[in-house]
Structure formats: structure tokens, C-alpha cells
Design a protein around this ligand. Sequence first.
Ligand SMILES: *Cc1c(COP(=O)(O)O)cnc(C)c1O
Length: 224
Amino acid sequence: MDTAAATSLVAINDRIARAHARFGAPPEAVELVAVSKTFPAEAIAPFLAAGQRVFGENRVQEAKDKWPGLRQLYPDVVLHLIGPLQTNKAREAVALFDVIETLDRDKLAGVLAAEMARAGRWLPCFVQVNIGLEEQKAGIAPAETAAFVARCRDVHGLDIAGLMCIPPDGVPPGPYFAHLATLARDAGVSGLSMGMSGDFEAGIAMGATHVRVGSALFGHRERV
Ligand SMILES: *Cc1c(COP(=O)(O)O)cnc(C)c1O
């Protein structure tokens, strides 16, 4: 077994457990989504060998190149799409992924619902919220979140597991995470995917059910 992978996995899981205990969060464990984007299959294999099963990728094509082979070895892998999804890639995304975290518009909701019906695979989805209302970021506006979640469920029949956000850079993330938690309560969803390598403890403090951790596990990336 690759000890570096096992060691960083144990360290991150330990930090998650401590944050979870410290902030008195509800008893459900926080799910670690190991973000393996940009890293090749050979770099991911040691984490699978060390027991990690939930991974995140941000590009459909990259996931298609890397994951079918790894899945043959580890059929219980759960793969989250955490990057923007074009409607023309929805069919491939539904075939490759198990959870879609970046549902952010009606057109995509409609296309995903049609593709899921076609495939007979109803994947849980997170609605991405543009929590800092940043022009360069994807996501539904905070004020539109509850209505969008309702349309996803009632009009499109999608399984909405929760909300996801990426807070603005360079400012404390806590208030944004707290806001996302409030929006989730108002929208009637329980999942909260919030927190990355630099701020996952803050996410857990505000009630994260899923944290998406890349560089703290895999090391530095050349691109985001
Ligand atoms: C890259 C990425 C992450 C992981 O970022 P790190 O800072 O490396 O932990 C998490 N979420 C999303 C949406 C990402 O694109």
C-alpha cells in the first residue's frame, strides 16, 4: 500500500472527525469527497487501496478517460461531478457519475431529467448556489434557490439531495456557509456540500454534510 496516500487520508479524516465533534454537529458522519481532478489514475489508485471510495471530478471528458478502468477494480466507487455541466454532455455525465453537484439552471434540470429517465438512473443532485453573487461563478442566485429546488423536484422530478457552494476567495467563508445552511433549510433539503482544502472545518462548523477536498489529499495542482 502507498503510505503517503494512506497517511494523508487518515490525517484529513481525523480533521473532519475532530471538527465534527467540536462543533456538535448531528451524528451523521461528514462525507469526504476526494477531489481527484487533474490527477491521473495512477495517483488515484493508492487512495482507493487505502479505502477511499467517494471522489469528485470537474470535467466529463477527464472522468471518462480515468474512471471506467478504476471502477472495474472498485465497483463501489461513488463519483461526484463538481464542475460545470453543459447540456450536450448530460448523457455522458449521467452514465459516468453517481451524484451531480452542479445543477444550476432550468434547462439543465430538464435535460438531466430526460437523460436520467432514458438511462433509468435517477442520480441525486445538489443545486449549486452562487452564494457570493460573483459574476465569474456558476450557480443559482441565493434568493432564487428555494423556488428552483421546488421546480427541480415538482416539474422535473429530480432527486435534490442538497445545496452546494464555493464561497468567494480571500474573505472568511463562515458567513457564506451559514447562509447556504439557511437556504437549505428554507428549501427543505438536508445535504450541504461546502468546504474545500482550505476551509472544510469552517464548512463542518456550519453544518456541512459533504466536504470536497483535493489538494490537501493529492497535493498541488497546476490548474484548478
Ligand atoms: C477543485 C475543487 C475542489 C477542491 O479544491 P481544493 O482546494 O484542492 O481542496 C472542491 N470543489 C470544487 C467545485 C472544485 O472545483
